[in-house]
Every structure is written in C-alpha cells, then in structure tokens.
Design a protein around this ligand. Structure first.
Ligand SMILES: Nc1nc2c(ncn2[C@@H]2O[C@H](COP(=O)(O)OP(=O)(O)OP(=O)(O)O)[C@@H](O)[C@H]2O)c(=O)[nH]1
Ligand SMILES: [Mg+2]
Length: 282
C-alpha cells in the first residue's frame, strides 16, 4: 500500500530545487536556512556555527550575496545558508524574493529565524510570515544581552508555546546559547521535535471563505504541501511567482516525491490547474 504520510525522520528539503538555487547537497544530510530582519546577528550566528567552513558567492542570476557553510552535529552533516536580511517575504525586492524562494522551493529542513530580542514586536512580522510557509523552524532570540541591559524580559517558554516552535535565547557575539540552538535545530531536522506553527486566521467572512475553499482544493491536489493556506492567499492576491509555480507544475514537483493521488484507481498525478482553483472563489 502506498504511504501518503511524509516520514518525520526523513529530510524535508527538495534536492532538485536546491540544485536550481545553486546549492549542492552532496555529502550533506540536512540544509538549514538562516533568515531574519537586517542587523539581527544572522552572520554572527552563521560564523559561530560554521567557523571557517564557509564560502561566499552570489545567488544564481542575482547580485544578492550568499554565504553557505557547514557543520557536523550528532553525526549529521548540516549545510547552512545565510539568507539576505529582510523585513518581509512579500517578494517586492530581490532580497525578499531570494529569501522567500529559498524557503518556499528549497524546503529547508529547518529555517532558523534570527530575531532581535530588543525589538521583538517588529521582528515577529517576519517570523509569522515564515511560519506561514514552513512548519520546520527555530526562533533564535538574539541580542539577549542587549535586552537584559535594557531590562527587557522575554519569556521564551510562553513565546515558544504561542509560536509552536522552539525558541532559544542567544547572545551570538559571545557564543551564548549556541549549544542549545544546535540541539533544537537537530531535533527539528530529525523529526524529534514536531513544530505546530502558529497560523493567522482571516477574520473577514468573505476572505475566510475564499481562503478556506481554495486551501482545501490545494491540499487535496498537493498532498503534504505544508503551506496550502499561504499559497491560497498568494493566489488570491495575484502573486505572479506563485501563479507561475502552479502553472508550470513546480508546486507539483515539490510534493510529487512523497505524495500520491488520493484516488488509487487514478495512477496519474493530479495537477492543479490555475483556472480551476481561481474561478470558484474569486
Ligand atoms: N551585543 C550583541 N551584539 C551582537 C550579537 N549578535 C550580533 N551582534 C552584533 O550586531 C551587529 C550585526 O551583526 P551581523 O551578524 O552582521 O547581523 P546580520 O543580521 O548578519 O546583518 P545583515 O546581514 O546586515 O542583515 C554586529 O556588530 C555584531 O557584532 C549579540 O548577541 N549581542
Ligand atoms: Mg549578515
């Protein structure tokens, strides 16, 4: 019998798309994305985790710089990719597009979101956007030393419960919290910690109805896609990159290795037609 459940212990990343994005996964077990607002300490975290095992270049076809490196933890080989700092993932600038496409199409095993503990409210905007796209994330609550100095207290346990992902307070410049960060990345990558990311629900009845109907159709077509609701929202907004991904079967490719049509009598993959999904709800 065909198994439609994606194994929690297996790696989640999409090799084909990673290659297209210029990431070579030969000799690595897992790929970790490092995301966050500008100036939150992403590169400092990256340097602490990788030491000198890193190299820099550009993203394919872009002038946006990329750093990638590696480390071994608990006998697993991790590749870590430093994404450009962004305030949002709405794809309005090259930086946002690179960060968003990597998380959406590369499907990293874990996305580490580096947030500035002294400006948590502003940083949570990006955190929530990332949690719409992936359900494998760890929040690195960095600059905790600065927060302490300014008498800002963050209860990481409550935050973790509300966000549904591990939260690790760190002071990356001093190396504080890096062991715990490595541990949580490992737990999420290997499926020992199953995240239950907080997802925002639409309050307006008309929007809610449209999003619910469209997400249902998307989930039925692309089994195991972790972000049907986010895809539905983007399609309703007319996001060209996501519309193209439906049209040229990129979304199908994201899930085809691990999902099968619901009706076993139909051996063909059920490709979602963009007009099928947009017409009934708009
Ligand atoms: N006090 C303190 N400073 C930190 C910490 N982490 C990073 N920094 C400092 O914050 C500044 C920015 O750090 P980066 O690692 O360059 O931040 P970034 O997120 O990579 O920045 P962009 O790539 O420009 O978006 C540097 O001066 C770091 O030394 C920390 O935990 N505590
Ligand atoms: Mg940086």
């Amino acid at each position: 019998m065909r198994n439609t459940n994606h194994c929690q212990n297996c790696s989640a990343h999409n090799i084909g798309n990673l290659v297209k994005l210029g990431i070579n996964m030969e000799n690595f077990d897992y790929v970790i994305a490092l995301a966050g607002n500008p100036n939150t300490g992403k590169s400092t975290v990256f340097n602490k985790l990788t030491g000198l095992r890193q190299h820099t270049g550009n993203w394919p076809g872009k002038t946006v710089a990329r750093a990638e490196g590696g480390y071994i933890f608990s006998e697993k080989r991790y590749k870590i990719v430093d994404l450009p700092g962004t305030y949002s993932l709405l794809s309005t600038s090259s930086d946002e597009e690179v960060a968003r496409n990597f998380i959406l199409f590369g499907q990293p095993d874990v996305t580490v979101i580096v947030a500035d503990a002294t400006r948590l409210e502003r940083n949570l905007n990006l955190v929530l956007q990332i949690l719409e796209i992936t359900n494998r994330a760890v929040l690195c609550l960095n600059l905790i030393d600065e927060a302490d100095r300014n008498n800002i207290k963050v209860d990481e346990r409550i935050l973790s419960k509300e966000l549904g992902i591990p939260v690790v307070p760190t002071a990356a410049r001093q190396g504080t919290g890096m062991d715990m960060l490595l541990n949580f990345i490992h737990q999420v990558a290997t499926g020992k910690y199953v995240c239950k990311p907080h997802r925002i629900t639409a309050d307006f009845p008309a929007v809610k109805n449209a999003v619910n109907r469209l997400s249902k159709k998307i989930s039925e077509t692309y089994l195991n896609l972790p972000n049907a609701r986010w895809i539905a929202l983007r399609l309703l907004e007319g996001d060209q990159r996501v519309i193209d991904a439906v049209r040229n079967n990129e979304l199908q490719d994201l899930v085809s290795e691990r999902s099968f049509p619901k009706d076993p009598s139909d051996g063909k993959e059920q490709n979602l037609n963009i007009s099928d999904v947009l017409e009934p709800v708009v």
